[in-house]
Design a protein around this ligand. Structure first.
Ligand code: HEC
Length: 167
């Protein structure tokens, strides 16, 4: 029994006899109403639409990771982008944490576009984000560079599947 029900019947009718029987069964515990708590409205509240979640949360965090890997050529010569101090590595770790948890945010009802590919790409964001966190924790510049490339492929794969032009 998963639900309670109400009947309105005329006294003396055969339905009334049935109800009496049912009430007896209920009282004796043979037939029970489920006392499971009513489902509550979920307390979470997605605030940003996809466009803003990408622009204000995921993209800036990803930029920190990409900006901390590899090298750029400047007038002064080649400049290594890898962090040089603990604060720098911490910033990469924090950004990777944001990327990771954004995978979960993308899966929330109201955000998720479907239950298939969308969930796969969001999961890939979590997996890759965790790798980026580990790379930052290990202060491994090559690993951050490599995972940055993998991350890019996750972004592109989802954008292509959902018909977004890649810049
Ligand atoms: C699960 C799917 C998915 C993944 C993974 C994903 N995106 Fe997106 N992204 C979208 C969708 C859908 C849009 C279009 C949103 C809109 O404008 O309605 C979008 C749009 C964007 C935009 C453009 C926002 C705008 O409309 O101006 C940027 C920037 C962006 N994504 C960055 C990223 C980066 C960086 C990554 C990887 C780290 C990434 N996205 C991974 C689904 C995804």
């Amino acid at each position: 029994m998963t639900s309670c029900f109400q009947l309105s019947v005329r006294p003396g009718s055969s339905a009334s006899v049935l109800v009496t029987l049912l009430v007896t069964l209920l009282v004796t515990g043979l037939v029970g109403c489920s006392d499971a708590p009513k489902p509550q409205a979920a307390p979470y509240e997605p605030v940003l639409d996809l466009h803003d979640l990408m622009n204000s949360v995921l993209d800036p965090a990803t930029d920190v990771i990409w900006g901390a890997a590899g090298a750029v050529i400047t007038a002064e010569g080649e400049q290594d982008l890898a962090p040089v101090d603990d604060a720098g590595w911490q910033a990469v770790f924090n950004a990777a944490a944001v990327v990771t948890e954004t995978g979960n945010l993308l899966m929330l009802p109201g955000r998720a576009e479907d239950n298939g590919d969308w969930m796969e790409y969001s999961s890939a964001l979590i997996t890759t984000g965790k790798e980026a966190m580990a790379a930052a924790e290990a202060k491994d510049a090559q690993a951050v560079f490599d995972v940055g490339g993998k991350l890019y492929l996750v972004c592109v794969a989802c954008h292509q599947s959902y018909s977004l032009d890649e810049e």
